[in-house]
Design a protein around this ligand. Structure first.
Ligand code: SF4
Ligand code: FES
Length: 264
């Protein structure tokens, strides 16, 4: 097993583990944005840069996708690494100035503002990390959204910027977006869920007892395709939201206990 010396802490990792894995094992924090365990690392945000000591020279590398194949020495806290990460954060802040998540991360990194002009409203609040497109394609097997445009006009959008037909409104893109650009909206009047800003809408599946939202109907149907039972049966099993299921279980238990009191 190769040894990683990271800010003077030594850890052993499996061959092929990343510097980020080593840092996590060593208890050393490296800021990340585009890294998510559900998708292959693409290293798009560049926020996780660290300084790799190559003996005669040093090199900035991205910790989230740099594979450890031999003993290496890495610095997370060197002035060069810290300066590089702060510089990246300043650029990202210009792209997503309103993002509370990004502001919190910037604060933790000691960055309180950006010297760069903010991008136009059309691209605002997306750092182009690609997590949403990756999770849609790699995990869901769909391509409801993808990158469109070039240069300063580059953005994530559905085909032809129209409501995407392939979207099942599962909310996976919402869950992985590190800066809160993608949002779930609920339309009570039509009982629909919307993935904003992509204008994708789908019917909601609700708890039959209390009416709580459970999941989008197409997302539930998609999940059921991989299960060897019929949809009607699953719907009977999933009639209630988790809270109502707990209440029902509690009331069954109460009835059983009252009908079969324990022997003295
Ligand atoms: S919308 Fe969010 S997840 Fe998708 S590329 Fe932009 S910042 Fe990343
Ligand atoms: S977290 Fe490593 S490049 Fe984005």
């Amino acid at each position: 097993m190769p040894t990683v010396t990271i800010d003077d802490v030594q850890v052993e990792v499996d061959t092929g583990a990343t510097i980020l894995d080593a840092a996590t094992k060593a208890g050393i924090w490296i800021p990340t944005l585009c890294h998510h365990p559900a998708v292959a690392p693409a290293a798009t945000c560049r926020l996780c840069m660290v300084e790799l000591d190559r003996g005669d020279w040093k090199q900035l590398v991205t910790a989230c996708n740099y594979p450890v194949r031999r003993d290496i020495t890495v610095s997370v806290s060197s002035p060069t690494a810290v300066k590089a990460r702060r510089g990246v954060m300043e650029l990202l802040l210009a792209r997503a100035p309103e993002s509370k998540q990004l502001q919190a991360l910037a604060e933790r990194m000691g960055v309180d503002s950006t010297p760069w002009p903010t991008v136009t409203d059309a691209q605002r609040d997306c750092i182009l990390c690609g997590l949403c497109t990756a999770v849609c394609e790699e995990v869901l097997g769909r391509a409801a959204i993808s990158f469109a445009g070039r240069g300063a006009e580059r953005a994530v959008a559905p085909p032809f910027r129209q409501p995407p037909e392939d979207c099942i409104a599962c909310g996976a893109c919402v869950a992985v977006c590190p800066v809160g650009t993608i949002q779930l909206r609920f339309h009570e009047d039509t009982d629909e869920i919307e993935i904003s800003p992509f204008k994708a809408r789908a019917k909601l599946l609700r708890c039959e007892r209390c009416g709580a939202r459970i999941v989008s109907q197409p997302a539930a149907e998609e999940a059921m395709k991989n299960v060897e039972v019929d949809w009607q049966k699953i719907r009977r099993l999933a009639r209630l939201c988790p809270q109502c299921r707990r209440r029902q279980a509690a009331s069954v238990l109460t009835t059983v206990v009252s009908e079969h009191p324990q022997d003295e």
